[in-house]
Design a protein around this ligand. Structure first.
Ligand code: TTP
Ligand code: MG
Length: 400
C-alpha cells in the first residue's frame, strides 16, 4: 500500500495531529465461547489447560469477567484457578466452567474482525490475536474519530456479537493505555492537551515495559504513579535501567513516535505444550515436537501464509528456566519437512551438555515460525459491501 503513514526519513511534514486508536477485544477467548454457547453467558468461564481437579499443569489463557471476580486471570496456574473456583463454589457462588479452548475458532473470529477494522483506517497494525492499532489521522479531529470508532465498535458487535474496548490518543503508546482504562466495552479519548493529566494518576504498571520486577524496583524508590516517574530525572533513570531508562523517561511523558505500520502480516505462528511430566526422553520429546510442527504448519497455511524464513524452538526446564533457539535461512522454506527437521535439529543441544549441562528435565517445548511469506489465499475473501461506503477512510489522506 502506498497510501500509508509517512516513513521515517521523509521530509518533515507539518506535524498535523496524529489520531491513533487501539482496539482490544474484551475477555476475547471467553467471550467467543459465550457467544458460541449462550448457556455460558455471564457465568465464570476459564479457558486454559486441563485443571484435573487441581492437579493440572499449565496456565489460564483467559478468564471471563465473572471468573476474574474470583481472582482468576491470564497466566494464573490452572491448579490455583481450580482452587479459587472451588473456594467460590463453597461460598455459594456460581460454579466455574473450565474449557480447553478452540484456537482455530478464535483465529477465525480474529481474522474476520481484523479484516473488518483494517478497511476502516488509514493504516492498520495487528498487534496480537485480539488487538490492533488504527491510524485515523485523516479524520482530522478527535470528535470525528470518536464517532467513527463508535460505528466500528457497533459493527464488531453486530457482525460477531462481541464487545471491545478502544483508546483514542495522539500516539500508539497512549492509545494502548487508554484502551485498557475502561473495560469492558469502553471508549476512552485522550486529546493531545490531556495526555499528561490522563497518565499522571495511573500506576506505573500501565507503562508498557514495566512488569512486576521493574515495578517493585521503582516502588522501592518511592515511584508508584506515572507522575512520580515523570519527576525522576533522565540521568537517574538511565543509571537505574541503562538504555531503557531513556525510554521510560519518554513514556512517562506519553511521548511515542512509532508509526502504525501498514503491513498487516502477523509476525509469527507458534504453539507450546506443557508435558504431563517433566522428561528427558528424546523419543517422546521428538514426537511432541513433530506434532507441534504439524499444528503450526497447518495454522500458518490456514492464516494465508505459504512459507517462513525463521524457526524458533522454546524449551522450559523443570526449574522454569526458559531458552529459545532459532534458525534462519535466506530463502523461504515452504514444507512441513523443513519445519520439522529444523525444529528437531534446534532441540538436539538441549539433550546434552551444550544447552543442558546439568541434565535438567524438560517441562515445556514450543515451536514457532517467523518472517512469514504471504501465499496465494485459495478463495479471495468476498468483497465487503461496506468497504467503499461512506465510513471508509481510504483512500484520501491529507497531503498523501
Ligand atoms: P488479552 O487482550 O490480554 O486478554 P482478554 O482479551 O482475555 O481480556 P481483556 O478484556 O482484559 O482484554 O488477551 C487476548 C487473548 O489472548 C485472551 O483472550 C487469551 C489469549 N491470552 C493467552 O492465551 N495467554 C495470556 O497470558 C494472555 C494475556 C492472553
Ligand atoms: Mg483483550
Amino acid at each position: 500500500m502506498d497510501d500509508g503513514p509517512r516513513e521515517e526519513g521523509d521530509p518533515p511534514a507539518p506535524p498535523a495531529t496524529r489520531i491513533v486508536a487501539h482496539l482490544d477485544m474484551d475477555a476475547f477467548y471467553a467471550a467467543v465461547e459465550e457467544r458460541r454457547d449462550p448457556e455460558l453467558r455471564g457465568r465464570p468461564v476459564v479457558i486454559g489447560a486441563d485443571p484435573k481437579e487441581g492437579r493440572g499443569r499449565g496456565v489460564v489463557a483467559t478468564a471471563s469477567y465473572a471468573a476474574r471476580k474470583y481472582g482468576i486471570r491470564s497466566a494464573t496456574p490452572i491448579s490455583r484457578a481450580w482452587r479459587l473456583a472451588e473456594a467460590a463454589r463453597r461460598r455459594g457462588e456460581p460454579a466455574t466452567v473450565f474449557l480447553r479452548g478452540n484456537h482455530a475458532l478464535y483465529r477465525d473470529v480474529s481474522g474476520r474482525i481484523m479484516t473488518l477494522i483494517a478497511e476502516r483506517a488509514d493504516a492498520f497494525e495487528e498487534a496480537s490475536i485480539d488487538e490492533a492499532y488504527l491510524d485515523l489521522s485523516s479524520l482530522a479531529d478527535f470528535e470525528r474519530a470518536e464517532a467513527h470508532v463508535r460505528s466500528v465498535k457497533g459493527l464488531v458487535l453486530e457482525r460477531e456479537g462481541l464487545t471491545c474496548s478502544v483508546g483514542i490518543a495522539p500516539n500508539k503508546l497512549v492509545a494502548k493505555i487508554a484502551s485498557d482504562f475502561e473495560k469492558p466495552d469502553g471508549l476512552t479519548v485522550v486529546r493531545p492537551g490531556e495526555v499528561q493529566g490522563f497518565l499522571d494518576p495511573l500506576s506505573i504498571r500501565v507503562v508498557p515495559g514495566i512488569g512486576p520486577k521493574t515495578e517493585a524496583l521503582l516502588r522501592a524508590r518511592g515511584v508508584a504513579t506515572v507522575a512520580d516517574l515523570r519527576a525522576v530525572e533522565r540521568p537517574r533513570l538511565v543509571e537505574w535501567f541503562g538504555k531503557w531508562g531513556g525510554d521510560a523517561y519518554e513514556r512517562a511523558r506519553g511521548v511515542s513516535q512509532s508509526p502504525v505500520s501498514n503491513e498487516w502480516e502477523r509476525k509469527s505462528v507458534g504453539e507450546q505444550e506443557t508435558f504431563e511430566q517433566d522428561t528427558l526422553d528424546r523419543t517422546f520429546v521428538h514426537g511432541r515436537a513433530v506434532a507441534l510442527a504439524e499444528g503450526v504448519f497447518r495454522r500458518m497455511q490456514a492464516d494465508g501464509f505459504a512459507g517462513f524464513r525463521t524457526v524458533t524452538v522454546t524449551v522450559r526446564f523443570t526449574n522454569f528456566v526458559t531458552r529459545n533457539r532459532s534458525s534462519s535461512t535466506g530463502a523461504v522454506a515452504r514444507t512441513l519437512e523443513a519445519l520439522r527437521d529444523t525444529a528437531l535439529a534446534l532441540l538436539e543441544p538441549f539433550f546434552d551438555a551444550r544447552e543442558n549441562p546439568r541434565g535438567r528435565m524438560i517441562r515445556l517445548i514450543g515451536v514457532r515460525v517467523e518472517k512469514l511469506e504471504r501465499g496465494s489465499v485459495p478463495d479471495g475473501a468476498p468483497a465487503d459491501p461496506d468497504a467503499s461506503g461512506a465510513t471508509s477512510l481510504r483512500p484520501p489522506l491529507p497531503g498523501g
